[in-house]
Design a protein around this ligand. Structure first.
Ligand code: PEP
Ligand code: MG
Length: 759
């Protein structure tokens, strides 16, 4: 059964479109289960019924014509109960209904499994049998397994519009498509797509057209020759290591590149106007699909050889690629998995929006988007991004939608919204020099989170009172090796000078998790629970000590440096880090003669274990800073990067609020100052809650600073405390959120709540 399932999955993956997927499923399931017929019914929202969409065994002319409501027939019963039904004698069941147009009268037994995606019944997969037959348990679970696999494919077809087209073929084709993702940085933008692809990734190459076909042909031929030379050289080095037969594979490789094989197909695509990289990737991916769908296990394995060959040639093509120098004025950066490094090759001032297929609202790319105030949508899993280069799209960072080929009316509505948001921003700017004091006179310090040069400049414009979190790993991410002590010192000095005399809280290197340095790759099954933050720094004192030296030397004469330690999960870790900090300080001041004041040292509270040891940790440091992004992920066991569980990630969860209260009370008990530097602090509702919880220093993305100031100036601490008391009794995040929103959404503040962080 497992082998048959694998075969079905492989063939389905190789299908050219959704219609073919359905046809293949019914044909293969019928074959494997050796039964009389197999059919798929899919839910059509426009008719609120289940429509026969593919069959092998019923009258093919009835496809698209048989509609069943959820109360009709056995199919309706499977759908409404959302569980499989297995009947030896279908006719005897009270729900049995007969549809003459299908030719169904021949069948007696029935097995139906619902197709469910994210709790929604999308359709029903049915097998029937002429003779009386009781499908056994293994057959039932086989059908359920196929249904579960099919569900993901149907959901994807739904998102891309293929399902709608299949269900309503008579409808005029609507070009506009709305792809849902996770709203990650507020604002909307209309712009032209530039696809950012990672090197030698065949799937990441967009379908680009070019005018100079001859140049592309020459480029391709050159890459072919270089690859052939490589393979022949490889073949020679293997003379004594591999047998003749084994080495024959190299010959096959070389022949595959010939004009009458894959090479030829590529040449024709280039002649049609596609660039060499696009043509090559398309052809190779087609061949990989073909190999993967083969019955023979040996041939199936060859798919990885083709992939390897594909990557080699692509690498050559990318090497000779002329770096793109002209970018659209308002560009929408789209990629499968964008990271800070993706900014390296594009002019930041042209970036109007950021869209990433992977990741979620607290991925570091999203945080960067918020830091520099660029509308960002993450986790747009169904986006056909490879085909969008050069298209005009709308990116709505409030709702998390990416709209491809928008209608004129929609474009107009969004143009108006962009205009209104500009007005709001201009209005907020008037608050820049005003203090952040509540209606009843309590001061809350608003600090900023930085990492890029641009967000630091923005922070100064917005009247930040200090830097609560400088993510030092961001400059590390942009390089191709660890920066030297002097390089780091210069970068830190620039930052410290920019803000002096205000405090700059520099966090020591927090890599691992979703922040992988290209030159220090960490392969782990579970990176967020693995080698991350302070754990790496303590294991690599040579990296940690250099960074500490650079920070302290940079602060000479300015003395506005604070050092923050990430991911502290126990006391010995904190003590070891403190010891290294004192060691560096002594070396610099006593042995090397630097005149430096000992910086304040703090610990991040972002791991649940630290919450329960808050007093022990507080006692050992000068200050604490709460990282609500990680604290929420670890408390709720919800990956901050995974769009599938983004709905479960909520900093308003009552457990998170209770943890925050424990932190605030514990720190106060030890008289240790405590701030919050997670994204919750930059959210208008989050900020009000945090103030009521006792936090008086909030550090956030520069773009949120004025919004937060606007709301805090309008509420009183008394009002916020009363709201907190009320929500602390509530059972879930949504109730908390709704209650706060209702209480705070006064007409003149409504615009501040658009696409706010935690919802
Ligand atoms: C946090 O975890 O809340 C935090 C501020 O750190 P980062 O987002 O960089 O992990
Ligand atoms: Mg963190």
């Amino acid at each position: 059964m497992l082998e048959s399932l694998r075969n079905i999955v492989q063939q389905v993956n190789a299908a050219k479109d959704f219609g073919e997927v359905l046809r293949l499923i019914v044909q293969l399931v019928k074959e494997v289960m050796d039964t009389g017929m197999c059919s798929v019914y899919l839910y059509s929202p426009s008719t609120n019924s289940y429509v026969l969409m593919a069959t092998d065994g019923l009258n093919p002319n009835s496809v698209g014509k048989v509609h069943l409501s959820s109360r009709e027939g056995l199919v309706g019963l499977v759908a409404s109960r959302a569980e499989p039904i297995n009947l030896e004698e279908a006719e005897a069941h009270p729900n049995f209904a007969f549809f003459p147009e299908t030719g169904e009268e021949r069948f007696r037994s029935f097995l139906g499994a619902p197709i469910i995606h994210h709790r929604k019944v999308l359709g029903v997969l049915v097998v029937q049998q002429q003779d009386r037959r009781r499908f056994d348990e293994s057959e039932e679970s086989f059908l359920v397994t196929v249904s579960a696999q099919l569900a993901g494919v149907i959901a994807h077809a739904d998102a891309t519009g293929e399902l709608d087209q299949l269900l309503n073929p008579q409808q005029a084709v609507i070009h506009e498509r709305i792809y849902p993702g996770v709203a990650s940085a507020p604002g909307v933008a209309i712009g032209t797509v530039v696809v950012i692809s990672s090197p030698a990734d065949l799937k990441a190459v967009p379908m680009r057209k070019v005018s100079d076909t001859d140049a592309e042909l020459a480029l391709f031929r050159h890459a072919m020759e270089q690859t052939k030379t490589d393979i022949r050289a490889l073949d020679q080095t293997m003379v004594n290591k591999l047998s003749e037969e084994e080495r024959a594979l190299f010959d096959v490789y070389v022949r595959m590149l010939d004009d009458h094989s894959m090479g030829g197909e590529v040449l024709s695509l280039i002649r049609e106007g596609f660039c060499a990289q696009s043509a090559w990737s398309q052809v190779v991916l087609g061949h990989i699909r073909l190999f993967k769908s083969m019955q023979d296990a040996y041939l199936r394995e060859r798919a990885s050889d083709v992939e390897d060959l594909g990557r080699r040639v692509l690498a050559y093509l990318q090497q000779s690629e002329v770096k793109r120098t002209v970018f659209p004025e308002r560009m929408v950066m789209i990629g499968e998995e964008l990271s800070a490094a993706s900014f390296a090759d594009v002019p930041l001032e042209n970036v109007a929006a950021i869209v990433s297929v992977k990741g979620s609202r607290n991925s570091h790319m999203a945080i960067l988007g918020r830091a520099i105030g660029i509308p960002t949508v993450m986790g747009v899993i169904d986006l056909p991004w490879g085909r969008l280069d050069g298209e005009e799209v709308i990116v709505d960072g409030h709702t998390g939608q990416v709209i491809v080929s928008p209608r004129d009316e929609l474009l107009q509505a969004y143009t108006q919204q962009i205009y209104e948001e500009k007005l709001l921003a201009a209005d907020l700017e008037k608050l820049t020099d005003k203090p952040c004091v509540t209606a009843d006179g309590h001061h809350v310090s608003l600090w900023v989170n930085t990492g890029l040069r641009l967000d630091s400049m923005l922070s100064l414009d917005r009247g930040a009172e200090g830097v609560g979190l400088y993510r030092t790993e961001i400059p590390f991410l942009m390089l191709d090796r660890f920066p030297s002590e002097e390089e780091q010192r210069k970068a830190y000095r620039e930052h410290l000078e920019m803000f002096a005399p205000r405090t700059v809280t520099m966090r020591t290197l927090d890599i691992g998790g979703d922040k992988d340095l290209p030159y220090f790759p960490i392969e782990e099954e579970n990176p967020f629970l693995g080698w991350r933050g302070i754990r790496i720094c303590l294991d690599h004192p040579e990296i940690f000590l250099v960074q500490l030296r650079a920070m302290m030397r940079a602060s000479e004469g300015l003395n506005n440096l604070s050092i923050l330690l990430p991911m502290i999960s126990n006391v010995p870790e904190l003590e070891s880090a403190l010891q290294l900090i004192y060691q560096v300080y002594d070396e610099l001041t006593e042995e090397e003669g630097y005149q430096i004041e000992m910086p304040n040292v703090g610990a991040m509270i972002e791991v649940p274990a630290a919450v329960y040891q808050i007093r022990e940790l507080a006692r050992r440091v000068d200050f604490l800073s709460v990282g609500t992004n990680d604290l929420t992920q670890y408390l709720l066991a919800v990956d901050r990067n995974n769009p599938r569980v983004a709905d479960l990630y909520h900093a308003c969860h009552p457990s998170v609020l209770r943890a925050l209260l424990a932190i605030s009370e514990g720190a106060r008990g030890e008289c240790t100052p405590v701030s919050v530097c997670g994204e919750m602090a930059g959210d208008p509702i989050g900020a009000v809650l945090l103030m009521a919880l006792g936090f008086r220093v909030l550090s956030m993305s520069a773009t949120n600073l004025l919004k937060v100031k606007a709301i805090l100036r309008q509420v009183s601490l008394v009002e916020a405390t009363k709201l907190l008391e009320e929500v602390m009794l509530m059972p879930d995040a949504d109730s908390v959120w709704r209650h706060m929103e209702k209480a705070l959404k006064k007409p003149d503040l409504a615009a501040l709540f658009r696409g706010t962080a935690m919802h």
